[in-house]
Design a protein around this ligand. Structure first.
Ligand code: HEM
Ligand SMILES: *[C@@H]1O[C@H](CO)[C@@H](O)[C@H](O)[C@H]1NC(C)=O
Ligand SMILES: *[C@@H]1O[C@H](CO)[C@@H](O)[C@H](O)[C@H]1NC(C)=O
Ligand SMILES: *[C@@H]1O[C@H](CO)[C@@H](O)[C@H](O)[C@H]1NC(C)=O
Ligand SMILES: *[C@@H]1O[C@H](CO)[C@@H](O)[C@H](O)[C@H]1NC(C)=O
Length: 312
């Protein structure tokens, strides 16, 4: 997939930016503004750009001046250090594969950052990285209301329905989940999404996933009400009408490399670029991205700047 060939609707962007009509989903509005035709394929493109930026930080060139470290980069929330990379690299036995404890899985096994910088999910279609990224495109597409999702070109989300179950062995705290949500907001801002829309998305994410003991809630309509708390540590705010009895006592994930099983640790990030190593990194540290970044072309820049000017 090459996005630098896409004709972006620079002039349309500026004229439709005044305000998003409340009956137009965020997904459709920004697909139209940035990619013009509101097709399933373009909606997937929008979600690919957004999610890849959330994961590895801003990588599109040129950009509008908003730096996104990405969730693989260590950073801080207030004064608390956060480093999510070990949950994705296989360093921690934190993945739920149905057992009583977490197992270590390297989610960077499809080429790591390099394919993401080419607006792809992975170098293949069989890796854990491929399934994680494509599921994220689909899940967030649904949260953002993509009207064409489910048509050819953008599949509906049909993976795990309970975000609690997916994340339960990670034992995530308020700072970690807040860091993730912050990266979503920064990534959206880097593409010119309006502040009100970013706030609405952050509020939804925080209220559904960044609280502990949340009662069963519908995130994906077809999947019905499910336990959705991703934040399960004591530091997490208690959900309104919390049902702690439905949640197991959190268990801290074990370090898979310390016990001598180094097979899946860190692996493919080495092959270039977007690493986020180093415990002393702050939000200044970025998950970037060197020469290989995709040139988005002048019309993209113009479109994005149009948005950013409105927002800032
Ligand atoms: C609002 C916050 C978040 C949302 C909405 C979210 C959503 C998701 C979704 C939809 C999946 C795919 C599930 C599937 O393939 O069935 C997933 C997987 C995953 N998430 Fe999150 N996530 C959030 C926060 C976090 C945080 C803070 C971490 C920290 C490390 C994290 C780590 C992971 C990992 C490692 C996986 C792969 C798990 C697996 O395949 O079993 N997520 N997440
Ligand atoms: C938008 O879609 C229409 C109908 O499919 C097509 O004719 C047109 O060329 C597309 N425009 C762009 C910019 O892709
Ligand atoms: C990310 O954004 C920052 C701020 O605009 C910029 O300095 C940096 O060069 C960008 N990184 C890439 C790879 O585009
Ligand atoms: C960070 O500090 C601000 C200001 O004190 C506070 O409102 C916010 O809840 C804090 N965030 C976290 C994740 O603790
Ligand atoms: C896991 O153990 C290794 C080796 O002792 C150590 O370098 C690493 O920091 C540990 N990782 C975590 C997340 O605790």
């Amino acid at each position: 997939m090459r996005f630098n060939n896409i004709a972006l609707a620079a002039t349309a962007v500026v004229s439709v930016t005044a305000a998003r009509p409340s009956d137009t989903p965020i997904c459709d509005y920004y697909t139209t503004a940035l990619l013009k035709n509101n097709t399933a394929k373009n909606q997937l493109t929008l979600l690919t750009l957004l999610v890849n930026t959330v994961v590895i930080g801003n990588y599109t060139e040129p950009n509008v001046g908003i730096k996104v470290p990405g969730i693989l980069a260590a950073g801080k929330v207030n004064d608390t250090e956060v480093n999510l990379l070990p949950y994705f690299s296989g360093e921690l036995a934190s993945t739920n594969r149905g057992g009583k404890m977490g197992v270590a899985v390297n989610f960077l096994d499809g080429g790591g950052a390099a394919p993401l910088m080419k607006n792809k999910a992975a170098n293949d279609e069989t890796s854990d990285q491929y399934f994680l990224l494509t599921h994220l495109y689909q899940f967030f597409g649904s949260l953002l209301g993509c009207s064409e999702q489910g048509m050819a070109g953008f599949d509906a989300y049909k993976a795990q329905s309970s975000m609690y179950k997916v994340h339960k062995f990670m034992d995530l705290d308020y700072y970690q989940v807040t860091y993730f949500v912050t990266q979503v907001g920064l990534a959206a801002a880097s593409f010119g999404v309006a502040e009100d829309d970013i706030k609405a998305v952050a509020m939804a994410l925080n209220s559904i996933f960044n609280v502990r003991c949340a009662p069963a809630t519908t995130a994906i309509k077809a999947q019905g009400a499910q336990l959705q708390s991703i934040c399960i540590d004591k530091s997490c705010p208690l959900a309104k009408d919390g049902v702690c009895s439905k949640y197991d006592t959190p268990i801290e994930p074990k370090n898979a490399t310390a016990s001598g099983d180094e097979s899946s640790a860190s692996a493919s990030m080495a092959s270039g670029t977007a690493t986020a190593t180093g415990t002393s990194a702050t939000t200044e540290a970025s998950a970037t991205t060197t020469g290989g970044a995709t040139a988005m072309g002048l019309s993209w820049a113009a479109a994005a700047v149009g948005f950013a000017a409105f927002m800032l």
